[in-house]
Design a protein around this ligand. Structure first.
Ligand code: B12
Ligand code: SF4
Length: 546
């Protein structure tokens, strides 16, 4: 039996971002269904010719089941692929069963089921539903080749369409971690997980996996398969990886202490990063003893290879944090970043300047804190606006306030207008500036992340961050007094930014990043520079002044 798993990419994902959804599913099938031969395929829509080439590969492999992973940004390329798969195989007596999963079909299955009625959709975690679907397929196959449109309705974690009605079953949590089947550890930056879900489960802008009331918010995998996955990477010569858990520390730091012990026993020479929230570093509501334990954990992890932390701060303004329901205060975010700095750990802080309800006072508060504590140096970006994602509580709120705009099927987000018209103008100016500079910024930032901030010209990113922060600060200060003076400020800033952009390009080219990955970043620069010229737009004065 043959299973093909395809990972789709869009411009949003770095070309070095691992095809981890299919790596983990491939690993799971290999471990649990030895009768199935699994092959992993990549379709990167930066190269239009790939769809035809992939169809040829799939036909040559003669897959009985084709699984396609459709994360945000991949709707268009995904439909192109599905159209071609069905066009090629519909006439066949035994067409392959196509299964799609990941964010887009999980939250919005109907458009896909309407267009492709024989499709099976997996909602949320894929391990259990895919395994059961393959069992079901194989059982039917044993009784003679299966007919089209098998009935998978009793499987967990799926959506399918019968007689014009969509049926959904509850998401299925995997029993344990499956050691991923890696595609190419030289080309892609490897990911590992220790848990699924998020025990905080509170933020209004976040789309969490669909879950029943009776289901857990967060669950930790067991230690052994995680260590197996790490050892396998080490044996392949990998020196850096990231734990991509949504909530790595979760509500059992004890596990992380044990993980540190196991890494030490292994004689770990690899460095790693992970993401967490500020209150998992310092919780202002907790006792000193509890906080001392948090710091001790970070020290322990640092000593066994932790080099970089992503902290989801999101804001340094209490009113905005309340809107985001982060249940963290601005000062809590600041303290957490100070603690990490004292520990000598590199940090990137998630930060979102604009949301639909931002006021000028909110912007000034964020700007003041970014400046006072020099947080602009660690903020991932200071020009960003929040994504209003389908199915997130924020989307309903924005809709209720009459601010919601068009739905983007690719990104699974809604356009929106800002409640305050001056903030709208500032956010639009920042967006134009970001569009012009973001290509270089994202490439260099990805390179810096992959280097885990070591052996990388970090001063280049600091210059870029200073430039962006100065931009948003000056535009906000000027707009608050006189909107008409903003275009002159922008023109002045544009005249000074070339060197910073050139340096980012050079940094992303840096051979110090990682030879193969740097090569792929170079390709990305060449492709995207051709598509989107970095400079040359002159419409600042026109755009937000309506
Ligand atoms: C690495 C990462 C990124 C990277 C790479 C993106 C990628 N997906 O490769 C980058 C930095 C580009 C990124 C960007 C963004 N990200 Co991100 N990212 C992650 C992160 C940390 C890890 C992803 C991962 O490897 N997950 C683990 C794997 C195993 O899960 P999975 O891919 O979902 O696969 C499982 C299922 O979906 C399913 N499945 C998937 N494919 C298939 C296929 C088949 C056939 C089947 C049967 C099943 C199946 O089975 C898999 C195993 O259970 C997650 C957090 C997390 N832990 O998930 C956030 C996360 C996915 N990101 C998120 C968001 C919001 C974003 C951004 C929108 C942020 C922003 N505002 O810019 C952008 C979107 C950019 C885009 N258009 O893609 C959200 C998504 C929320 C949602 N809507 O579901 C997450 C969950 C974080 C969060 N809680 O907010 N991200
Ligand atoms: S944003 Fe992070 S902390 Fe908040 S609910 Fe989502 S995963 Fe959890």
């Amino acid at each position: 039996m043959r299973l093909a798993l395809v990972q789709l990419y869009s411009e949003e994902q770095s070309p070095t971002s691992a095809p981890y959804s299919i790596e983990i599913l491939g690993g799971h099938v290999q471990a649990n269904l030895p009768d199935w031969q699994t092959q992993l395929f990549i379709l990167d829509n930066r190269n239009a010719a790939d769809v035809k080439a992939l169809i040829d590969d799939l036909i040559a492999f003669d897959a009985q089941v084709i699984g396609v992973s459709m994360m945000q940004g991949t709707h268009t390329v995904g439909c192109e692929l599905l159209d071609q798969i069905y066009a090629c195989t519909n006439a066949a007596k035994h067409a392959p069963q196509v299964i799609i999963g990941n964010t887009l079909p999980t939250y919005r299955p109907d458009p896909y089921l309407e267009r492709y009625p024989e499709l099976l959709i997996v909602r949320g975690f894929g391990e259990v539903p895919l395994e059961k679907a393959l069992h079901t397929y194989a059982d039917w196959d044993a009784q003679g080749r299966p007919a089209k449109g098998l009935d998978y309705a009793s499987l967990p974690g799926i959506a399918l369409r019968r007689d014009g009605t969509t049926y959904r079953t509850p998401v299925a949590w995997p029993a344990d971690y499956s050691v991923p089947a890696r595609v190419d550890t030289d080309k892609y930056f490897s990911r590992i997980e220790t848990s699924r879900g998020c025990h905080f489960d509170c933020c209004t802008f976040c789309t969490r996996p669909p879950r029943e009331r009776s289901q857990p918010r967060w669950s930790r995998f067991s230690m052994d398969p995680i260590m197996d996955a790490i050892e396998k990477l080490r044996d392949q010569g990998v020196t850096r990886f990231t734990f991509c858990d949504e909530d790595f520390i979760g509500d059992n730091p004890e596990f992380c202490f044990e993980l540190a012990d196991r890494l030490e026993e292994m004689g770990n020479m690899m460095s790693f990063s992970f993401s967490t929230r500020a209150d998992n570093i310092i919780d202002l509501k907790a006792s000193d003893a509890e906080n001392a334990q948090r710091v001790a954990l970070l020290e322990r992890l640092r000593d066994v290879g932790l080099s970089l932390l992503f902290v989801g701060c999101e804001s340094f303004c209490d009113r905005q944090l309340k809107r985001f329901a982060k249940s963290v205060k601005a000062y809590g975010n600041v303290r957490a970043l100070q603690v990490l700095s004292d520990l000598g750990l590199s940090v990137e802080a998630g930060f979102i300047m604009f949301d639909p309800f931002s006021t000028l006072d909110d912007l000034f508060e964020n700007i003041a804190n970014l400046e006072k504590y020099e947080l602009w140096k660690v903020a991932s970006q200071t020009l960003s606006r929040i994504d209003v994602q389908a199915n997130a509580p924020l989307a309903k709120w924005v809709e209720r306030e009459g601010l919601i705009g068009e739905y983007d099927v690719n990104q699974m987000t809604y356009a929106y207008t800002f409640k305050d018209p001056v903030v709208q103008k500032i956010a639009d100016w920042c967006q134009v500036w970001k569009d012009e500079t973001d290509n270089a910024y994202r490439l260099a930032r990805n390179a810096q992340r992959m280097a885990l901030f070591n052996e990388f010209p970090n001063h280049v990113m600091e210059d870029a961050k200073r430039l962006n922060f100065t931009f948003v600060k000056r535009v906000t200060e000027t707009a608050a007094v006189n909107l008409d003076q903003v275009p002159a400020v922008i023109a002045e800033m544009r005249a000074t930014r070339h060197e910073v952009i050139d340096n980012m390009h050079q940094a992303a080219h840096s051979p110090r990043v990682h030879s193969h990955m740097a090569e792929r970043l170079r390709e990305e620069i060449d492709i995207t520079s051709a598509l989107k010229p970095l400079t040359g737009r002159d419409d600042y004065a026109l755009k937000p002044a309506t």
